[in-house]
Design a protein around this ligand. Structure first.
Ligand code: HEM
Length: 130
């Protein structure tokens, strides 16, 4: 694995150590920033879709960091799928930023410059893929 992938993986481990499952933190921040989007999750009583979506978004970023081509296709396909369920393109793109900020806050003083560079790098790739 290269430095970007290593630092990204280390950041995910750090967040897991610090807060276990970060899903509630991510969606609290998302809905604070995009209140209109909370209504779209009304059917998600078990909160399984929230967790599944975050897990798949993280898998996509991990593979994007590793240079896997499917990851870019996944982002493009999900962007169109989400537009059809009421998530505008510009809002769709904000999810990765919300995850980045939530994880950085959770990492606190243990969040390294390498981790920050890895997230900035992979989010630039995600933006270029969309
Ligand atoms: C602010 C941005 C986003 C919003 C508001 C949003 C909203 C939603 C909603 C409402 C659902 C359906 C939930 C349900 O079934 O009850 C969903 C599912 C899903 N989203 Fe997103 N989404 C966003 C960004 C993303 C991104 C960036 C990705 C990944 C690249 C993604 C991947 C998925 C996947 C894979 C599912 C299906 C989860 C499952 O299997 O249940 N979403 N999203």
């Amino acid at each position: 694995m290269d430095q970007l992938s290593d630092a990204l993986a280390a950041s995910l481990e750090l967040v897991a150590e610090r807060c276990g499952d970060p899903t509630p933190l991510v969606y609290d921040r998302l809905f604070a920033r995009q209140p209109d989007m909370e209504a779209l999750f009304l059917g998600d009583h078990s909160r399984q879709a929230r967790g599944q979506m975050l897990a798949i978004a993280l898998d996509t970023l991990t593979d994007l960091a590793a240079g896997e081509t499917w990851a870019g296709n996944m982002i493009r396909a999900e962007r169109v799928n989400h537009d059809q369920i009421g998530v505008p393109f510009d809002v769709f793109a904000t999810f990765f930023t919300v995850v980045h900020e939530t994880f950085r806050d959770a990492g606190g003083e243990a969040w390294t410059a390498e981790m920050e560079a890895a997230w900035t790098g992979v989010l630039a790739r995600a933006a270029a893929a969309a």
